[in-house]
Design a protein around this ligand. Structure first.
Ligand code: ADP
Ligand code: MG
Length: 344
């Protein structure tokens, strides 16, 4: 046979083998669960459905492990062990809990106490989202405020922590979901998953890009409309998007909306005009803590904090439908409802 023909045939064969190797089709696998007090969905793209399901199961197991350690609703969580020993002992905790507590303290510092993991006594008093939700009396609030102060968390370098005053109470509801999302992200990366959407009750991690290589489009809830109505959308690749809003958990009394994001200096649900705060960054734990913090800080202070942080962006929406977008996000955020006005 002619040498050229042989080379030609070999070339065609190699190309065919190469193409068939590449063409393993990625398909979505999606599972949901209820943990951390909210609905969780993980969707990933894989060429092996069974393996995809295994990866999601492993992720949910990991979230359950985190919940067991950090939930205030589970009597023997590590966080409740610290709470029960308040004013008395140091409690040694796992690396997980220790890491989240240390991060909570650093966010409490940079937000000058707007984010405060010792908010527990106030969260309990208001009971928002529980059967016992009510507007407490002024005296009750004044009293609870005495137990809220992150400076009174003591730590030793063997991962043990103590609350210095008896009756103080930790609550990691403003940060633990973010940590859980980061841990799921790690599992997906270990398993070489390139495209996925982690959604832990609105605490989102958009892994990689969409299958076609374009960025993910994340809808931002219209805080004035029912769940699922978007006021705009964000384009992101391999980043976390977390929103804190007054529409998530609240009750209404005498035309006043009482929601679950409490101002630790005042003892009341934060009320400064901001009704939703979205953070975009690489670590979901940072996004979670900072969305709670900026919600409480309000437009001026919140924006100042975010602009001072590298690679962290935000969108703040006010009651009067003004939208404030940090400098690095202006090109990636589009408003789709003209009721909302972009401010400089
Ligand atoms: P969601 O849990 O709805 O996603 P957030 O991340 O904003 O919303 O967290 C709100 C939760 O954080 C509350 O339910 C409470 O457990 C806790 N929390 C409320 N106020 C504060 C605060 N000032 N600092 C830290 N945590 C807070
Ligand atoms: Mg939060």
């Amino acid at each position: 046979m002619n040498k050229k023909i042989v080379i030609g045939i070999l070339y065609i064969l190699t190309t065919l083998i190469f193409l068939s190797g590449c063409s393993k089709e990625l398909k979505p696998v999606e599972e949901s669960s209820y943990m951390l007090g909210t609905y969780l969905t993980i969707k990933l793209w894989t060429d092996h459905e069974e393996e995809g399901k295994e990866i999601i199961k492993k992720s949910f197991d990991r979230i359950q492990e985190i919940e067991k350690k950090m939930s205030v609703n589970l009597e023997d969580s590590e966080i409740n062990k610290i709470n029960h020993a308040s004013g008395e002992d140091f409690i040694k905790v796992s690396k997980d809990t220790s890491e989240v507590l240390k991060k909570s303290l650093s966010y409490a510092k940079i937000s000058r106490g707007a984010f405060d993991p010792t908010i527990g006594k106030l969260v309990q008093l208001w009971g928002i989202g529980t059967d016992s939700e009510r507007v407490p009396s002024r005296e009750e609030i004044e009293n609870a405020l005495k137990y809220v102060n992150f400076h009174r968390i003591k730590e030793k370098n063997d991962d043990s922590f103590q609350l210095q005053n008896k009756g103080m109470r930790l609550d990691l509801g403003g940060i633990a979901k973010g940590y859980a999302a980061d841990e799921v992200y790690k599992i997906l990366k270990e398993k070489k998953i390139e495209h996925a959407m982690i959604n832990l009750g609105g605490n989102i991690y958009a892994v990689g890009n969409k299958l076609d290589g374009s960025s993910w489009k994340i809808g931002i809830q219209d805080p004035l409309q029912k769940t699922g109505t978007h006021m705009g959308y964000l384009e992101v690749s391999n980043q976390s998007v977390v929103t804190s809003g007054n529409y998530e958990r609240f009750f209404v009394q005498n035309n006043e909306r009482y929601h679950h994001i409490i101002d630790p200096h005042k003892g009341y649900p934060a009320k400064n005009g901001v009704i939703s705060a979205t953070i975009v960054t690489d670590k979901s734990m940072d996004a979670d803590a900072l969305s709670t913090a900026t919600y409480i800080l309000g437009v001026d202070e919140g924006m100042k904090l975010i602009e001072s942080l590298e690679n962290v962006e935000c969108i703040l929406v006010t009651q009067s439908q003004e939208v404030y977008v940090s400098s690095g996000l202006k090109k990636k955020f589009n408003i789709i409802n003209e009721k909302f006005h972009l401010k400089d």
